[in-house]
Write a protein that binds this ligand. Sequence first.
Ligand code: NDP
Length: 358
Amino acid sequence: YTQAKALVYSKYGEPDDVLSLHTHSISPSLPSNTLLLRTLATPINPADINQIQGLYPSKPPFTSLLGTQAPSAVGGNEGCFEVVSAGSSISSLQKGDWVIMASTGFGTWRTHTLAEEKNCLKVNKEGLSPTQVGTVSVNPCTAYRMLKDFETLNEGDWFVQNGANSGVGRAAIQLAKRWGVKSLNVIRDRPDAESTQNMKDELIALGATKVVTESELMERDFPDQVKGWTSGGREKIKIGLNCVGGKPTGAMVKCLSAGGHLVTYGGMSKQPVMLPTAALIFKDIKFSGFWVSRWSDANREEKKRTVDEVLEMTRLGMFKDIPVQELKWDWGTEESLLKEAVSGTLGGFRSGKGVFVY
Ligand code: NDP
């Protein structure tokens, strides 16, 4: 038997209140289409918290599969796993291969798991770290699809985004740079000028064209500055990526060129998206939303292709890792430490995304 641990919840609430570390064992006799996986790295994404709070549209079912006292779900939605053993009918995967999950919703914060072959996507692990593979399927895929699937960005075109230092934002900066697309990036003002400047420098080094703070974005003459940067508006700002909401999103929309497209994919400020009426009427701005879970369920092949492309860029040193705060999850790691890592996620101004490494 394999001894395993998982961070589970049996009701919705704040992670600190509802998560618990559950120990169980996994039988060595595998069904023929099933894999035994050992977990290597699983990130803690903002949506994982919303899911535990019960505020997220996709809710994994509470089941008795792990033998918890009350039916439970396992937290987490993405990660990198190593195949320990494969059921008799599986030929596409073997011991030692690395996989990610084909869809979100598969609880990933656990040391080991069983998974069906159809739920796993094999990745070429050569030259990659577990954290790189374990964080590829949500943030980089989101950035990639939002830049590709809503408007055609040609070399020299621009996009504008808020939350520019997030995992998605950093991926968007780097992909755009690679495609010859310029980026106008909005970050939140840091508590002091020096840390604001450091964050700007960091994003410029990643490939950002311009980085401004929310308060600079809100200044009256900001649109004039943008005109200066875009050759008087001849270079088009075709896409806006919004994961923040609130008033500053309206100011961001004003930067879009006529016919531009705002794609909303997150609501970190918990404020409604406030839009300038004139932009809708006179500039024919379009508004859409994007959800990577929906996209990957409908586009399995394309997801595999996107993941492979980003991992190849990573391997070649053309796609930099997001800053992370790794927490080693050993057999003896205390429940309280694991829960602390989860509950700190929505705090803001963090030095990196929490990632469990096993
Ligand atoms: P990260 O954990 O990497 O970064 C969090 C980001 O949110 C940082 O830029 C942080 O800025 C910002 N932030 C935190 N609190 C606030 C706040 N109160 N107001 C404004 N900004 C804040 O995030 P991810 O890249 O993983 O996710 C970013 C967003 O994208 C989330 O809303 C997430 O749910 C969403 N998302 C949506 C997907 C989809 O398919 N729709 C897929 C992936 C992510 P700061 O440094 O200033 O604190």
